[in-house]
Design a binder for this molecule. Sequence first.
Ligand SMILES: Cc1cc2nc3c(=O)[nH]c(=O)nc-3n(C[C@H](O)[C@H](O)[C@H](O)COP(=O)(O)OP(=O)(O)OC[C@H]3O[C@@H](n4cnc5c(N)ncnc54)[C@H](O)[C@@H]3O)c2cc1C
Length: 309
Amino acid sequence: MNPEKAHQASVEEAKRLLGSLAQTNINLGTMTTYRVGGNAALYVEAQSEDELSQIAVTQQATGLPVLIVGKGSNLLVAEAGFPGIAVSLGEQFEASEIDAERAVVRAGGPVALPALARRCVHAGLTGFEWAVGVPGSIGGAIRMNAGGHGSDMKACVTGATIFDFANSSTELWDKPRLRFAYRKSSISPTQIVLEATLQLTHDLTGRAQNMLGEIVQWRRDNQPGGQNAGSVFVNPETETAGELLDRLGFKGFRIGSAQISPKHANFVQVDQGGSSDDVDAVIRTVAARVFNEAGIELRTEIRRVGFEA
Ligand SMILES: Cc1cc2nc3c(=O)[nH]c(=O)nc-3n(C[C@H](O)[C@H](O)[C@H](O)COP(=O)(O)OP(=O)(O)OC[C@H]3O[C@@H](n4cnc5c(N)ncnc54)[C@H](O)[C@@H]3O)c2cc1C
């Protein structure tokens, strides 16, 4: 059987095994902050661990890849789409609970960071204000060790509940096992964060509320709006990726519908109705030119889905 036919057979088998859980013709691009890109072969919004187990069984039986989708604020999906099973967590996983006395927060994987940051401050806690400007989910933020304004998930997460599609297991991971490092963790593409626990502190100075306002203002002043996924490259050792790309004259560099933001050189924006393939072309071209001109190998922070490595 040729590879295309074999893939189609796997998708059909996955559809059969997933039954009513599987959705087809779902555009993944619209689930991302880039708002461009193609469809998932299959899409499931899971509402329980039983449904996650059903996806795991299907994945193991068909060999199709899984893609976990949070708020899509760090994803770039190719126009050709994603050939496997895209999974996001439904509202049954969305609960959060703040124990103000112990300054402990429990939040489900799909909980939005900005709303949680505000709720923590409202409860008299400090340590999570930085997240008010990061438009992701708890799960995506743990996987990426998201951070900003001098802090990150590593600074506040004490543990997470992880379901693994590779073996259908649910386990509680402590912080050392999460192995947080700069914009990465030990969580693999088959492991999905169902819930996390954060340890914050009491806001004894009453500064947290002002801090939220300052962070939102700083973002407005320093970062572009429009369709993007935040910083495209992780910072190399010598300077920030934005400084490096600005120094090499890349601000405004354009291919088709995508360009390096004239406001911040580490943001690639795409025009409304544009193409994710143009965004990827800008990323690859810039990375190659930086390597040729400065000998620096840039690594992408955003997750490219459905593109060649
Ligand atoms: C305007 C803007 C500003 C940003 N600023 C910052 C910033 O200051 N600092 C920063 O670190 N990032 C920033 N980002 C990037 C992004 O918001 C973060 O990386 C965020 O944590 C991604 O979360 P998400 O839910 O959107 O994940 P997605 O984009 O949906 O996914 C990102 C990765 O996490 C995985 N993933 C998603 N959910 C889960 C889950 N439940 N379990 C396991 N894996 C999961 C995905 O498979 C993928 O590999 C910014 C983005 C934008 C658009």
